[in-house]
Design a protein around this ligand. Structure first.
Ligand code: B3K
Ligand code: ZN
Length: 888
């Protein structure tokens, strides 16, 4: 289908740039009415460009061009062509200096892309294509240059002036103004450029690198927030030490700055030596931030820091290669967090995220490969597929090469490509060469979209002493990819004997048994693996650690699953066995709801939960995860047609039944773990204890008639010091019919109204409370004085959280939820297309619902697409969703 006005960009059309830029000298004059940007670019014709001399085309949007000069000679308007998107000069010499002066309006920039203001602070966001809103430039990542940046602004209102690299000079100017000059010695693509000017305070620390250099670490925040940066700073120092220890990668400058701003489209940005962060991923103290926030800060700080090597020193050739840096860096931050906390618990959390968010994307209209081959708006491709599935692809290489082999591959990658802009193929080549393996077919993971389904069946032959494991795979069709080839799927496998111990493994044809865990490589549609010397029927533990991003279906019985829950030494699979059991049960309950049959929970399941609860105190963090029933959204992914009402009814029935059946045990475990949080700590053990306590309270509160539970919950709400406990209690209250709920909601706001990040939680709790009036509540909160439609965090907390967090209300039969979402998208799009497009997610998955709901969502999409002036961001999602809907 033709997408109408905005054009798709194709990977196969890649050509090297016609010109390269050696140095960039930028001068920013920041004034209240506008900012003037003077850029001096030293350039040369690129000898690698195919074909003869090309015109010079510079990207530029939303700027007023004041002047252009070529080698010192001003150009008149007849010497260039100016459009809304570029500036073209027909003829330039082989080497030349181009000077442009433009005027831009950061004060009016609501898209938060390019140079903008966040509560009085100037800041930038250039990835992916924001630099073209700052100055005329060749805005693509394979153009790498050295930057010098001079910033001039009012000295009083903007005492802090920052850019990339080292501060080389500073001084005062007329009328109370001052300036600072920064020089970045490392060539970089323009998406890594950053500038900050504001009245910020900084918290300082330092880190001595392995080779003995002292790096100054500075975190800049708004005054009043100095007491909330300790955890981010600690996380930064841990990240720096970890990257040296695990990958031998040292920081390469003498200064590393982080700036926290309240208005930011995403989590954070890895600009060279000047990371800009959403406050959500910097500011935390126990009173204001949850354990989840603390862990999020640790991983995002690490992620952005790790980009210094995977992203900055070696960058992407083009935006199709985005996962080159994102998948790899997510893998690195996941490994870091696993090392800092509990590896098993971390893996479980990551897989839950992958399965609910990425598998869902893979099953919708926006499904795309880890390396997409076309896009309309690149900002739409900062997705769970590129990030999380991309990290799984790296993890599979790690599994195939082993730890040492993977490290050799990383070393080779940096040896070959430091300072270059490269491709996913270059990365895979370094891994293949270092590991001495062929990854040609493995690379289908980069080009084929969709979640493979692996079916596993086992048969034991007692007479022969063999166990035959048959693995079959299919990859479902996705938009524009109707047929697929078999993938290369590492299936990490163990066989557990009757006592629960893993058996020594010997595959048919092998001389002797080797190890108790094997990486079985499934690379055809169907394969049989025969294990010999097996003296009793084993229970297989398959896909250990979730060794591939696939949906695994097995023929394991409930008894097998219960056995794995008790004995599997792989923590992920121990958890997974319980989840599989619970999923099977809940999906049967959903069918009972749909058929109007009476609901009941088998005693065997209640016993299994009781056993997990009894074990939980030995590893509270794991226990807490094992006690959570599969989420409503995960259950939806396992149904042919998602029925949000039946899922909610079934799951709530199960929770309530478990609450009542095991009431005294929930109570006892709750009490045993609600120690005074006076000595608050965010170590993994303390986080685990709070998680276990709060899951117990969640079950207790699932029984609406339990007055004792309500008393405990109110006690925790009013008495706890840690936000983790306060917000958990508020969440349970908000979901309950208790008359106290309204007072609790009001009291929380009164207490925290001056902390914007805490107010975000307050919005989210209300947007996700499963109640009949949820939509009216959300609508009402749009007018609350603390809400701002321009602030991405507020929009995500209230509007973004509503569809997924409140599926029953959102998918209301009358279609009001859909109309509401479309209204908000259309309202936000003219201000901030990136945020608007991110809200489109639910519509891109409409095919997963019944015909009536599909029709209602299609009607909203048609309304959206008919709106004049729609951004390419929203247009792309709307048109692809409609296209997928119309295809059978
Ligand atoms: N690289 C940035 C994302 C930029 C998003 C642009 N729309 C954050 C990160 O992944 O580290
Ligand atoms: Zn990243």
């Amino acid at each position: 289908m033709d997408h109408g006005s905005p054009r798709a960009i194709l990977l196969k059309d890649y050509t090297p740039p016609a010109y390269r830029i050696d140095t960039v000298d930028l001068r920013f004059d920041l004034r209240d009415d506008a900012a003037e940007v003077r850029a001096v670019l030293v350039m040369h014709r690129n000898p690698d460009h195919p074909g003869g001399p090309q015109p010079l085309v510079l990207d530029g949007q939303r700027m007023e061009l004041v002047s252009v000069a070529l080698d010192g000679t001003p150009l008149g308007p007849d010497a260039y062509v100016l459009t809304a998107n570029d500036l073209t000069i027909a003829q330039v010499p082989d080497r030349f200096t181009l000077e442009t002066v433009v005027r831009i309006k950061p004060q009016e920039n609501t898209a938060l892309e390019g140079l903008y203001m966040s509560s009085g602070t100037y800041c930038t966001q250039c990835e992916a294509e924001g630099f073209r809103r700052i100055t005329y430039f060749i805005d693509r990542p394979d153009v790498m240059a050295r930057y010098t940046t001079t910033i001039e602004a009012d000295a009083q209102r903007f005492p802090v002036l920052l850019s990339n690299g080292n501060l080389v000079d500073r001084g005062t100017a007329d009328s109370g103004r001052h300036w600072a000059r920064w020089e970045d010695p490392f060539p970089k693509p323009c998406y890594l450029f950053a500038l900050v000017a504001g009245a910020l305070v900084c918290v300082e620390d330092s880190f001595r690198t392995a080779s003995g250099r002292d790096v100054a670490l500075k975190i800049y925040v708004e005054p009043g927030n100095e007491d909330k940066v300790g955890h981010a700073m600690t996380s930064l120092k841990k990240s720096m030490a970890w990257d040296e220890a695990v990958f031998g990668l040292e920081y390469d400058l003498d200064i590393f700055n982080i700036v926290a701003v309240g208005d930011f489209n995403m989590g954070a940005m890895e600009n060279k030596s000047l990371n800009v962060f959403n406050t959500k991923y910097v500011l935390a103290k126990p009173e204001t931030a949850t354990d989840g926030d603390f862990l999020g800060i640790e991983s995002v700080v690490a992620h952005e820091y790790f980009h210094n090597w995977t992203g900055n020193r070696v960058t992407c050739r083009d935006w199709f290669q985005l996962s080159l840096k994102e998948g790899l860096t997510v893998f690195r931050d996941q490994e870091f967090s696993a090392d800092m906390n509990s590896r098993g618990v971390k893996r479980i959390g990551d897989v839950q995220g992958l399965r609910t968010v990425q598998f869902t994307e893979d099953a919708g209209a926006m499904a795309h490969p880890v390396r997409p081959d076309s896009y309309v708006e690149i900002n739409n491709f900062y997705t769970p597929t590129v990030y999380s599935k991309g990290a799984e692809v790296i993890r599979m290489m790690h599994t195939l090469l082993g730890k040492e082999g993977f490290r050799r591959g990383m070393d080779l990658y940096f040896q070959r490509h430091d300072g270059q802009a490269v491709t996913c193929d270059d990365f895979a080549a370094a891994m293949a060469d270092a590991g001495g393996i062929d990854l040609t077919r493995f690379k289908l993971w980069y080009s084929q979209a969709g979640t493979p389904v692996v079916d596993a069946t086992g048969s034991y032959d007692a007479a022969a002493g063999t166990y035959r494991l048959t693995l079959r795979q299919t990859v479902p069709p996705t938009p524009r990819q109707p047929t697929k080839e078999p993938m290369v799927i590492p299936v990490v496998t163990a066989l557990l004997g009757p006592d629960g111990a893993a058996l020594p493994l010997r595959l048919e044809g092998e001389a002797e048994a080797a190890g108790t865990e094997r990486v079985l490589v499934l690379d055809r549609a169907e394969q049989v693996f025969t294990f010999t010397g097996i003296t009793a029927r084993p229970v297989p533990s398959l896909l250990r650690g979730f060794s591939a991003p696939v949906t695994l279906r097995t023929d394991l019985t409930s008894a097998d699953l219960t056995f794995l829950m008790a004995h599997d030494s792989d923590p992920f699979n121990r958890w997974e066995a319980g989840q599989t059991l619970a999923t099977q049960l809940l999906l049967r309950l959903v069918e009972d709801v749909q058929a109007g049959r009476p609901l009941s929970l088998p005693q065997s399941f209640i016993d299994a939960v009781a056993a997990v609860l009894a074990d939980a105190p030995s590893d509270p963090a794991f226990g807490a995860q094992a006690l959570v029933l599969p989420s409503e959204s995960y259950l939806g992914t396992r149904m042919a047609v998602i029925d949000p009402d039946a899922i909610h009814t079934a799951r709530e029935f199960a929770r309530r039944t478990l609450a009542r059946a095991l009431k005294n045990r929930w109570l006892a475990t709750y009490r045993a773990h609600s120690v005074d949080d006076g000595a608050f700590s965010v170590d993994a053990a303390a986080i685990g204890r709070r998680a276990l306590k709060n899951i117990c309270l969640a079950y207790l509160m699932a029984d609406p008639d339990d007055g004792e539970a309500l008393g405990l919950c109110l006690g925790q709400f009013h008495g706890a010091r840690a936000m983790t406990d306060v917000i958990a209690a508020l969440q349970f209250l908000a979901a309950s019919p208790a008359p106290e709920r309204a007072d609790a909601i009001a009291a929380f706001y009164e207490r925290w109204k001056d902390e914007p990040l805490v107010v975000d939680k307050w919005f989210m709790v209300q947007a996700t409370a499963p109640r009949g009036d949820a939509l009216a509540v959300v609508r009402g909160l749009l007018d609350h004085p603390a809400f701002s439609i321009r602030n991405p965090n507020k929009v995500y907390a209230l509007i973004g959280a509503f569809p997924g967090g409140n599926p029953v209300a959102f998918h209301d039969r009358g279609g009001a939820g859909y109309a509401f979402l479309a209204d908000q998208i259309l309202r936000i799009d003219p201000m901030n297309p990136q945020v608007a497009a991110r809200l489109m997610g639910p519509f891109s998955r409409l095919k997963r619902y019944d015909a009536e709901r599909q029709a209602q969502m299609i009607a909203q999409l048609e309304r959206i697409i008919a709106t004049p002036g729609l951004s390419p961001d929203v247009f792309e999602v709307a048109s692809k969703s409609l296209e997928a809907a119309q295809k059978g």
